[in-house]
Design a protein around this ligand. Structure first.
Ligand code: C5P
Length: 239
């Protein structure tokens, strides 16, 4: 392990995008919490609920609960408090919920008692085009909106943002070294691209300033997930 990995723990967050808990747990049985963290999103959480999250935490995994809360400040704060009680390592909210919502969420995770989870914000969904942003009243390019909302999130006390690795170097320069950049759309050079459009290799993403890499199918669909993880971790460690 490199000194960076020693400080931060595993940088790879495996997206557990499975339609049922059993498949997710079968996969988890083949990997090790020293090599990666896990992301549970809306599909799996809606199906398998808090019990699955607690099971993953009990197995020693850090869990990123990717539910992208967006509601009135009081409701989001209560949802963040509930997620904290599950023992998750990271959770997220939409920056478009505004400053007061983000501040309420931050206060909720800070006063949640147990280990304080990281709170990160989604800025602009990568599925949105400039035209679609215009339709919902946001002028400017997606990239301009990402920088503006990431600054707002930082000033509201949020710990970081989800962003494309293509945006990492700009955001790292803009927001400093203490802000977490969590980036999906990562593909090892040898892996299938699937439906991702703007991809980056793990080593390039880390070099661009990403803090954590969200990677799904290149690991979950691999014959030897632990082997793929080892290869990615040593590629990152080689930087
Ligand atoms: O399998 P793959 O590596 O493409 O999975 C990426 C994960 O990151 C999925 O859970 C996907 O929903 C999520 N994600 C993404 N792009 C974003 C935000 C989240 O791919 N802009």
């Amino acid at each position: 392990m490199t000194s960076v990995e020693n400080q931060m723990g595993p940088r790879v967050v495996v997206a557990l995008d499975y339609p049922e808990a059993k498949q997710a747990l079968d996969f988890v049985g083949r990997i090790d919490p020293t090599q990666c963290r896990l992301k549970v999103g809306k599909e799996l959480f809606t199906l398998a609920g808090p019990q699955l999250v607690e099971t993953l935490v009990a197995k020693g995994f850090d869990v990123f609960l990717d539910l992208k809360f967006h509601d009135i400040p009081n409701t989001v704060a209560n949802a963040c408090r509930a997620a904290s009680k599950l023992g998750v390592w990271m959770m997220n909210i939409h920056a478009l919920g505004g400053r007061r919502m983000m501040e309420a969420a931050r206060e909720a995770v800070e006063t949640s008692g147990s280990r304080r989870p990281h709170l990160i914000a989604v800025t602009i969904l990568t599925s949105h085009s400039e035209e679609e942003l215009g339709e919902i009243g946001l002028s400017g390019s997606p990239a301009e909106n990402v920088v503006r909302l990431a600054n707002l999130a930082q000033s509201a006390g949020v710990d970081g943002v989800v962003c494309s690795a293509q945006e990492s170097s700009v955001l790292r320069a803009e927001l400093g070294n203490d802000f977490m950049l969590v980036t999906p759309g990562i593909r090892p050079a040898s892996a299938a691209v699937n439906d991702q459009k703007r991809i980056m290799t793990p080593e390039d993403a880390i070099a661009a300033g990403s803090s954590y890499l969200v990677i799904g199918r290149p690991i979950t669909a691999a014959e030897d997930p632990a082997g793929v993880l080892l290869t990615i971790n040593s590629a990152i460690g080689a930087i």
